[in-house]
Design a protein around this ligand. Structure first.
Ligand code: PEP
Ligand code: MG
Length: 752
């Protein structure tokens, strides 16, 4: 049973669309359980009703027509109760509803299980039998397990336009997908899939510009792959066993088969570009082998896929040049890497949508730095066919509309216009100070990472750069940048803001910031070799970075150095020694580098209880609320499954922050916040109440936060804080803050 189950789930996950997935389910489940009927009802988010979307055993003509509200019929009951129902004769049940068009009067035995995703019923899976019988325990377990595994896949797929619209009345928003807010703003643009194309599974379908050229290119790629395989086989002669070398022969043989090549060609002629046609064909051919009983034959499926990847690599060289970016590009991908963002020509990128991640993943951080909206954590789904489709990105509410209806577009045009007006209004604050109504002056800092941030950041009216994320230049390259390269970059940053201070954080890789050229595998990367833990172990990487920073500050003297992920006193001592060592080396080489101010990011919970001790070794502190929140709440900042538990307004987080800011004040050490919390207007009131000295954020948030600070007195902020500290939930805190913003005349910041 287990093998059967795995096979069904695999097949469903590989399906090209919802329709295909549902067909696979009903066909395979009916066969596996030897029932007379298997049907799937899927929740239509627009109504919301449960719609019969696929069946084997009932009349096909009823598909798309049978609709049941929650609680209606046995199917509706299962959806509401979220529990299986197992009946010897369905017609005896008080909730039974009879639909003559299904032809179900001939069936008695009835087993239905709910498909539940994130506490919501997204569908119901049903099997039926002609005989009167209660299904056995292991059959129920099988169906429940299938349902549990498929619920997420179906829920994501069903949010597209696959539910047939009701016969009358308006249909709901087509292609509305709820994710998580990543970076504020709204935009209307066109999807570009930055697929890592060597991965055949994620290649998109696309209409070819010139089908004849695609076909010729594909045939050439096949020929070249054959030649390459023959050459490899020859090279390996004598070095590999005959048996292993025979694999090459198998590959060459498969490639020589006309049906594989001709199937791809037929698909190209049918209107798909070569990589898309190749993906479909390889999947189809591999499936034939996957279904075989014989394990040897099943293994051939992997051979077919390996060949597919080889041909794709050949096609790639052509493809790379053809990648075009529309003037309103919205990058959509599983994870939109920094390198893919950097590929988009300047001025064309309007939005980022990532299937994974959350507000604090670095893709979102980057989007905020660039001042473009981002939506994160849409969850796993098939996006291959979406290249070029229109999309609305709502970074405030964390949702996107794919192929939106004209009315939705109109609504969002209004919002875009409103945003423009709000920015124009805020521009008036640019040259004003961030001072509360009772004359407390607050410092404002910028968070920057890429050199492009500097252009965006010009003239937003800040006092300093509160966080320069030095890993960003490391992440957009293919090898570790050398000291001189780093020097050039740091010098530009320091020069751009001089004489204002710039806090450069040393390399903070690990966690969700891996380097493609330095792969590490850890079970718990966020608790692993991250930030200072990595750099202290690798002086060969750490010292050149420190030297580059120190050299870059010569004559400017505006460098501050901050160490990430410090959890212990010994770490800060060792890091300081490394700075002194770098200074000493440079002195010998003739550079006179002034001693920079040195600080740490407060983000590991242990530091919350060690501020007095740490104060003896640092000049300043900056709270990294992104990581501190995840570590305090034990919630991975990038995991959409637990995203609703991640919130810096959690009263426990607020109490921790209040304590640490108080401790730093007592130790007379400056304290700032450089996590995303500082950019959240409601949270800013609380931080103001805590007596925070400096707020550091991406350029797009600066004027909004300045507006908040200039609208409250520090006394009022304190009162609001004390109320929040006594609250019991994030919702209570958030509602109160929204009210307070509204009362102070800043309601627009709540709306957007
Ligand atoms: C933080 O953790 O809050 C922070 C500012 O650093 P990063 O988001 O880069 O980890
Ligand atoms: Mg951090």
């Amino acid at each position: 049973m287990l093998a059967e189950l795995q096979q069904i789930v695999q097949r469903v996950n590989a399906a090209a669309n919802l329709h295909e997935a549902l067909e696979i389910i009903v066909h395979r489940v009916k066969a596996a359980m030897a029932t007379d009927v298997c049907s799937v009802y899927v929740r239509d988010p627009a109504t919301p009703q449960y719609v019969l979307m696929a069946t084997e055993g009932l009349n096909q003509s009823s598909v798309g027509k049978i609709r049941l509200a929650a609680g209606e019929g046995i199917v509706g009951l299962v959806a509401t109760r979220q529990e299986p129902v197992n009946l010897a004769n369905a017609a005896d049940h008080p909730s039974y509803r009879y639909f003559p068009e299904t032809g179900e009067q001939q069936f008695s035995g009835f087993l239905a299980v709910p498909l539940v995703h994130f506490r919501q019923s997204v569908g119901v899976l049903v099997v039926q039998q002609a005989t009167h019988r209660v299904f056995a325990k292991d059959e129920v377990a099988f169906l429940v397990t299938i349902g549990a595994q498929l619920a997420a896949t179906l829920s994501y797929a069903a949010l597209g336009s696959a539910i047939p619209p009701r016969e009358q009345g308006p249909s709901g928003p087509v292609g509305l997908i709820q994710g998580l807010p990543g970076a504020p703003g709204v935009t209307i643009g066109n999807i570009v899939l930055p697929s890592p194309l060597a991965d055949l599974d994620v290649v998109a379908n696309r209409v070819p510009v010139d089908a004849a050229r695609e076909e010729a290119g594909f045939r050439r790629a096949v020929r070249e792959t054959q030649e390459e395989l023959r050459a490899s086989a020859d090279r390996m002669e004598g070095r590999l066993s005959d048996e292993t070398r025979a694999i090459f022969d198998v590959y060459i043989l498969i490639l020589g088969q006309d049906d594989l090549v001709e199937d791809v060609v037929a698909r190209i002629r049918g209107g798909n570009w070569a990589p898309g046609a190749l993906r479909e064909t390889i999947a189809e051919h591999a499936r034939v082998f996957e279904e075989a009983e014989d394990p040897y034959l099943r293994a051939r499926a992997e051979d077919i896929r390996a060949i597919g990847r080889r041909i794709l690599l050949r096609l790639l060289s052509d493809v790379a040049v053809v990648k075009r970016y529309p003037s309103e590009t919205v990058l959509l991908g599983d994870e939109v890497s920094l390198a893919r963002v950097a590929d988009v020509p300047h001025g064309k990128l309007r939005g980022i949508v990532s299937l994974r991640g959350s507000v604090v993943s670095h893709t979102a951080v980057l989007a905020r730095g660039l001042g473009i909206p981002a939506v994160m954590g849409l969850g796993p789904r098939d996006v291959r066919a979406l290249d070029g489709h229109p999309i609305i990105v709502d970074g405030y509410r964390g949702r996107v509309f794919i192929d939106p209806l004209p009315a939705v577009i109109q609504e969002y045009r209004r919002l875009v216009q409103h945003e423009g007006q709000l920015s124009a209004k805020l521009t008036g604050l640019q040259d004003l100070e961030a001072t509360t109504t009772d004359h407390v002056r607050v410092g404002l800092g910028l968070n920057v990472g890429l050199l492009t941030d500097i252009d965006v950041a010009a003239n937003v009216g800040v006092d300093e750069v509160g966080l320069y994320r030095s890993e960003f230049p490391f992440m957009t390259r293919e090898t570790f940048p050398m000291e001189d390269e780093q020097y050039e970059i740091y010098r530009q940053v320091l020069q751009a803001f001089a004489p204002k201070p710039v806090t450069m954080r040393t390399l903070d890789i690990g966690g969700d910031k891996p380097l493609s050229y330095f792969p590490t595998t850890e079970e718990n990367p966020f608790l692993g070799w991250r930030g200072i833990r990595f750099t202290l172990d690798r002086p060969d990487i750490f010292l050149p970075q420190l030297r580059a920073m120190l050299r870059a500050s010569v004559g400017l003297n505006n460098l501050r150095i901050m160490f990430p992920m410090i959890g212990q006193i010994d770490e800060i001592k060792a890091a300081r020694e490394a700075v002194e060592r770098a200074r000493g080396e440079l002195r010998e080489e003739g550079y006179d580098c002034p001693r920079p101010l040195i600080g740490i990011t407060v983000e590991v919970p242990s530091t919350l209880f060690s501020i007095p001790a740490l104060s003896r070794h640092v000049d300043f502190f900056s709270i990294g609320t992104n990581d501190l929140t995840q570590y305090l709440l034990a919630v991975d900042r990038n995991n959409p499954n637990v995203a609703r538990l991640y919130n810096h307004l959690d009263p426990a987080v607020l109490r921790a922050l209040n304590g640490v800011i108080r401790d730093a004040r007592r130790c007379r050490k400056p304290m700032s916040v450089c996590g995303e919390m500082a950019a959240d207007p409601g949270s800013a009131i609380l931080l103001l109440g805590m007596g925070l000295a400096t707020f550091s954020m991406s350029a797009s948030a600066v004027l909004r936060i300045k507006w908040v600070i200039r609208s409250f007195s520090s006394q009022r902020a304190k009162q609001i804080l004390y109320r929040a500290l006594r609250m019991e939930s994030v919702e209570a805190v958030r509602n109160m803050l929204d009210d307070e913003l509204g009362r102070a005349g800043l309601g627009e910041l709540v709306l957007t």
